[in-house]
Design a protein. Structure first.
Length: 352
């Protein structure tokens, strides 16, 4: 959207499987890449992955505003917001890099930064990630869901991040939920004037009225619907100062799709309806009908981050070649059901 070039460089012979805490590693990389995008208005962002002697190095390099010399030594301290962030009037508590450093150290690694004002910044995380030669078989996967029994439910999503709102819409609408979205607490209160949503997803950290204040106002209106708080970081106020905060549950971002559905099912007492497997899905797909390896890698990468729109765009591109039709149809069925595990299996299994 910003017109910034993204360049991914991977060293040859990376291990297929390593042993680590996937959620913490994912949050480290998402935090660093998000920061790079945030402070780069033009130019490029490089993401490099290298591996040697069981040690993985992840480097995120940007051509953004950079970090002043007197700020760089304090960049990982809590509540420190650099001049570039203050100039942008960016929301946040200044905890993102602190948490990234904490997570890197928790995984037994370290993080380093180098930068010059106006010349961009480079962050490198080094982690011991032991290669796994014989991974255990995947556990039995949950079946894809097609919807739920009973009356249609309305979900209100309040988040100042447009991508997060769209992600929730893409997840919930195909399951027959009515999804309303608002980018802050004031807009939420205006939208629901004559509506009674069945459940609220509320981001904690928002400019103006934060999530806890919105919860207070919703409860003050006599609304009893479950409220699930969305927390971007483990230290951004997931637990309100007041024990009786009025919320029903919390989810930490980046979240797992199944976790969201489990929370919905529990709080709304839903009986989920499983998607029926199409007979064609059980059949083998001839290797000749599969895209080339470079296209498969791109599809895998998009699936790993749950980028539905990116996957759909790539599938539309592949569908232009008739021979890819049957394989594209199988992948689309998995994506439309948000069955990313089944999607990954189709890409990994040469017989579909």
């Amino acid at each position: 959207a910003k017109g910034v070039t993204f360049n991914f460089v991977r060293a040859p012979h990376l291990p297929v499987h390593v042993r680590t805490d996937e959620k913490r590693l994912r949050q480290i990389l998402v935090n660093l890449l998000s920061n790079a995008i945030k402070y780069t208005d033009k130019g490029r962002i490089d993401f490099e992955v290298a591996y040697r002697s069981q040690v993985a190095s992840f480097t995120v390099r940007d051509t953004g505003t950079g970090i002043a010399a007197d700020e760089i030594e304090h960049i990982f301290e809590p509540f420190v917001r650099g001049q570039a962030e203050r100039n942008k009037m960016s929301p946040g508590l200044g905890l993102g890099l602190t948490i990234t450093k904490l997570l890197s150290e928790t995984l037994g690694g370290d993080i380093a930064v180098s930068s010059e004002p106006g010349q961009g910044a480079t962050f490198m995380v080094r982690l011991m990630l032991a290669r796994v030669h014989r991974p255990r078989a995947r556990p039995a996967q949950d079946k894809a869901l097609a919807g739920y029994a009973g009356p249609r439910r309305t979900i209100m999503v309040v988040d100042d991040n447009a991508d997060h709102r769209e992600l929730m819409r893409e997840l919930l609408q195909p399951l027959d939920f009515v999804v309303l979205t608002a980018n802050d607490g004031h807009e939420c209160l205006t939208l629901i004037g004559g509506i009674a949503p069945d459940l609220f997803f509320v981001d904690i950290s928002m400019p103006g009225m934060d999530g806890w204040e919105l919860v207070k106002r919703l409860r003050g209106q006599g609304r009893t619907a479950p409220i699930i708080m969305l927390s971007a970081n483990i230290g951004d106020g997931t637990v309100a100062a007041n024990v009786d905060s009025g919320h029903s549950d919390t989810i930490t971002k980046p979240f797992d799709v199944r976790q969201v559905l489990d929370k919905l099912g529990a709080h709304l007492h839903l009986r989920w309806i499983e998607a029926e497997e199409k007979p064609a899905a059980a059949g083998a797909v001839a290797p000749a009908l599969r895209p080339n390896e470079a296209q498969l890698i791109e599809l895998r990468n998009l699936g790993e981050i749950g980028h539905v729109r990116g996957i759909e765009a790539k599938l539309a591109e592949l569908a232009a070649k008739p021979d890819n039709g049957p394989f594209v149809d199988l992948l689309r069925a998995r994506v439309q059901a948000f069955d990313f595990d089944g999607y990954a299996r189709l890409l990994d299994d040469p017989h579909g």
